[in-house]
Design a protein around this ligand. Structure first.
Ligand code: GLN
Length: 486
């Protein structure tokens, strides 16, 4: 821990409440750290120093007036997929260069209303397509544990910023693993909420039936705190559940004795790095020691998750990305006529991975192929969802690795887009079935890179999943370690 920037949110709030530190001091410490370190880490695309100082001063006035808000004066940062009024929002893409939304995403508006201080916008794979942040149209983000390794993706900036103590918490988005996997690669706690738990209003769409935004933090308690702020029904997003969110923080302390945890056999298959498997087995034993019942379960449809996800995600992406035509948002390259302008804008604005997915998605949606690919993938998705529904009648949660390996090196996997896709095998089932998933650290490999595990729960059981994670962290100290910054 490096003084103020290494605090948990809980501790920072206590210090501000006691008048021992000010929100402005806390914010200045973060801005100074970003200034000193981010040239090497590359987590930020935009630093909003003026906004941050202004919000921090307002927070200090609120503290002085005796106000209590859940994130009053807490410096946070946002994946650049979240719309921020008047602040450039690029989604990691050149095609949105210069785009300043005219409204805030609901999750962002709720963070502000809770007193959070915005430090800036974070790097990501272009339109959240990728697993290493190497597909960003802007900068390379390095893993704070080892600069030769990727931070994971697509929310690599969100993970690197918190791991490198350049924010106390951040938001990312998870369409197929993009919150859980970078959290795992960077040794953080983070949650993909159930589909419909957090508003997607203002979250720039990739695969609309999968996308969810959720928090990254240093421990499960801070994840619960932040989730409590952003979760709940939003009249602006008709896919949010019309239910009040529980008090996640209050629900953390409950007992986990007797809870049934399933270990999906198929997730401990070939290709799993032996150190990852060993760490997961040790975590399962830890849960047993805490009184949970751990048993092996089987997911018959596991092998169909990857193809179903990638067909549906690319189909949805091809529809969602049609709006980037150079006329309405961001950058524009003038051509001889309208069609030529479209082509030139998209040719220059989109990166290779995005183009590949638009083409594949358009193909699977086209007449003659729709039934064979898209329709079939949707049918498979329903089977997957049914299998999870059935499984969650027998167990309270599932425990699994987040990724088959720890953070890989730059270029190692990128050269082969198929290999990159295969690395998502353990995370995407949660998105297909709308589950919630908590990622948290459970060990280190021989090269001192963090290993993560995920606790998956039935839709809208975040409080139970968080309680399991919190109980684990009360008994272990993996989450207390931070990288030795070079
Ligand atoms: N790696 C997956 C993809 O590229 C998941 C990305 C995400 O969750 N945004 O689709």
């Amino acid at each position: 821990m490096t003084g103020l920037t290494g605090l948990t949110i809980g501790r920072a709030l206590a210090l501000m409440r006691a008048g021992e530190i000010s929100a402005l001091e806390l914010t200045e410490a973060h801005l100074a750290r970003i200034e000193a370190l981010d040239g090497t880490i590359g987590a930020y695309l935009t630093v909003t120093a003026d906004t941050a100082q202004e919000q921090a001063r307002a927070a200090d006035r609120a503290w002085a007036a005796g106000e209590e808000k859940p994130l009053l004066g807490i410096p946070i940062a946002l994946k650049d997929v979240l719309s921020t009024k008047g602040i450039e929002t690029t989604c990691g893409s050149r095609i949105l260069k210069g785009y300043k939304p005219i409204f805030d995403a609901t999750a962002v508006a709720r963070l502000y209303a809770a007193g959070a201080v915005l430090l800036g916008k974070l790097n990501m794979d272009e339109f959240a397509m990728g697993s290493s942040t190497e597909n960003s149209g802007y900068v390379l983000t390095r893993n704070p544990w080892n600069p030769e390794h990727v931070p994971g993706g697509s929310s690599g900036g969100s993970a690197a910023a918190v791991a490198a103590e350049m924010a106390l918490a951040s938001l990312g988005s998870d369409t197929g693993g993009s919150i859980r996997q970078p959290a795992s690669f960077c040794g953080l706690s983070a949650l993909k909420p159930s589909y419909g738990r957090v508003s997607r209003y203002g979250l720039i769409a990739y695969g609309s039936s999968f996308d969810q935004t959720g928090p990254f933090a240093r421990n499960v308690e801070d994840v619960a705190r932040t989730l409590g702020v952003i979760a709940g029904h939003d009249p602006l997003d008709s896919t949010t559940m019309p239910l009040a969110a529980p008090d996640y923080l209050a629900e953390l302390e409950g007992d986990i004795r007797g809870l049934k945890i399933g270990l999906p056999r198929e997730y401990f298959a070939e290709g799993l790095q032996p150190e990852v498997e060993a760490a997961l087995r040790a975590a399962a034993a830890q849960f047993e020691a805490l009184g949970a019942e751990v048993r092996e379960v089987s997911l018959r449809h596991a092998e169909y998750c990857l193809p179903a996800y990638y067909i549906i995600a690319m189909a949805e992406a091809s529809a969602n990305l049609a709006r980037y035509d150079g006329l309405r948002f961001g950058a524009r390259v003038e051509g001889a006529d309208l069609m030529d302008s479209y082509k030139k804008t998209r040719g220059a604005g989109f990166g290779a991975e995005v183009k590949r997915r638009i083409m594949l998605g358009t193909y699977t949606l086209s007449a003659g192929y729709y039934d064979a690919y898209y329709g079939k993938a949707q049918a498979v998705r329903t089977l997957i969802r049914q299998e999870f529904d059935e499984l969650f009648r027998r167990v309270d949660a599932l425990l699994a690795p987040v990724a088959p390996t720890t953070a890989f090196k730059f270029g190692e996997v990128t050269e082969d887009p198929l290999r990159m896709i295969l690395a998502d095998v353990l995370t995407i089932s949660a998105n297909l079935a709308g589950l919630c998933g908590l990622s948290l650290p459970c060990g280190f490999d021989g090269a001192d890179l963090p290993i993560g595990m995920q606790i998956l729960g039935a839709p809208f059981t975040e409080e139970r999943v968080l309680r399991l994670g919190h109980a684990y962290q009360a008994a272990t100290d993996w989450h207390l370690r931070g990288p030795d910054l070079f």
